[in-house]
Design a protein around this ligand. Structure first.
Ligand code: NAD
Ligand code: IPM
Ligand code: MN
Length: 360
């Protein structure tokens, strides 16, 4: 089969990690007889520099016309990149928000799994790491603070900035359903995370999640406040199966969950809607501090490519092959610098990609 993949390298380490994911996809193609046709799409800082905007209409159209999108990352050095003076809607990250919204990708799945080989890289107590964990964060991706009304203006002579957090019941219902459907294929345990002791939007979140839960009598639903969840993630991550939460809580909690797997360089993600289309990207950012040095961990992006095969193309055995190859390189002791122990040998980003591709 022939699959059209829109590829967005983006900024920072984006081009490096995307190259490794393509290397692995090509190895899958060669072994299983598939062809991946890549069309490069500009987004983020590189797009601003070339076109003046972080995502052009043509770029969005190219993404729409593809079967799936593979993305690296966008953005520059926090607080001092060359796009710093731009208004929020013209910054590199605005391109990412525009493509998520433009493609209708409301469900962001971020699986956090502790490989047994990486227990030593997990920063938690030994007995907690020993237990291991396997969770998936289901993050609402096209609502909440990211897409609310925002403005900065003077109010009574005082500069005042506003962001608004809005959810309607339909947005909550569809992400809740997604989470329960995923739970049915896992350990049938959903923890809904919100701030319902304070926020109206969280009260509505609770109510709708409870309604959806009635259609899934086999699934155990627990409500957890977001501050407690942040704590529980480092105290006892094994208690989590499926976590469903709103956009910004999911953003923050997924970075936290990533670190307990050993490194943010391990956390893949899939952004989905109701049909088969999806955008696949690591959960981390452009890591400008290590860009251009061939030392980023490409595993999150490679595992995201595996999610693309599974969710968008129904290529389960091919996705399994990538996941097994990742496990195998870890078993064989290969590490990038972020997951290596101090003083331990490590391999480059491109070497890690090649090792995984060879094992597909
Ligand atoms: P970041 O995730 O880019 O980096 C945080 C830390 O993790 C850095 O020390 C970095 O070196 C390290 N890191 C990240 N990915 C790694 C990998 N694959 N291998 C090894 N180490 C890795 O977050 P940040 O520093 O807060 O943001 C940098 C830029 O990236 C900002 O402009 C931000 O807006 C953007 N960003 C983009 C995305 C995205 O495109 N999806 C996500 C998050 C942040
Ligand atoms: C992520 C990133 C993005 C987000 C930014 C870059 C807009 O942090 O994908 O986690 O907050 O969603
Ligand atoms: Mn994030």
């Amino acid at each position: 089969m022939n699959y059209k993949v829109a590829v967005i390298p983006g900024d920072g380490i984006g081009p490096e990690i995307v190259d490794e994911a393509k290397k692995v996809l090509n190895a899958v193609g060669a072994k299983y007889g598939h062809e991946f046709d890549y069309t490069e799409v500009l987004m983020g800082g590189v797009s601003i520099d070339k076109t003046g905007v972080p995502l052009t209409d043509e770029a969005l159209e190219t993404a729409k016309a593809s079967d799936a999108v593979l993305l690296g990352a966008v953005g520059g050095v926090v607080g001092k990149d060359s796009w710093y003076e731009l208004p929020t809607n013209l910054r590199p990250e605005a391109g990412l928000l525009a493509i998520r919204k433009g493609l209708g990708l409301f469900a962001n799945l971020r699986p956090a799994y502790l490989y047994k080989e990486l227990k030593g890289a997990c920063p938690l107590k030994e007995e907690v790491a020993e237990k291991g964990f396997d969770m998936i964060i289901v993050r609402e991706l096209t609502g909440g603070l990211y897409f609310g009304k925002r403005e900065t203006k003077e109010v009574d002579g005082v500069l005042t900035a506003t962001d608004t957090l809005t959810y309607n019941e339909n947005e909550i219902r569809r992400i809740a359903k997604k989470a329960f459907d995923i739970a049915m294929k896992r350990r049938k345990n959903v923890i809904s995370v919100d701030k319902s002791n304070v926020l109206d939007s969280s009260r509505l979140w609770d109510k709708i999640v409870n309604e959806v839960a009635k259609d899934y009598p086999e699934v155990t639903l627990t409500h957890m406040l977001v501050d407690n969840c942040a704590m529980q993630l480092v105290k006892d991550p094994a208690q989590f199966d499926v976590v469903v939460t709103e956009n910004m809580f999911g953003d923050i909690l997924s970075d936290e969950a990533s670190m307990v797997t050993g490194s943010i360089g391990m956390l893949s993600s899939a952004s989905l809607r109701e049909d088969k289309f999806g955008l696949y990207e690591p959960s981390h950012g452009a890591a400008p501090d290590i860009a251009g040095q061939d030392k980023a961990n490409p595993i999150a992006t490679i595992l995201s490519a595996a999610m693309m095969l599974r969710y968008s193309f129904d290529l389960d055995k091919e996705a399994d092959a990538i996941e097994k190859a990742v496990e195998q390189v870890l078993e064989e002791g290969f590490r990038t610098i972020d997951i290596a122990k101090q003083g331990e040998d490590f391999v480059s980003c491109s070497k890690m990609g090649s090792l995984i591709a060879e094992r597909v």
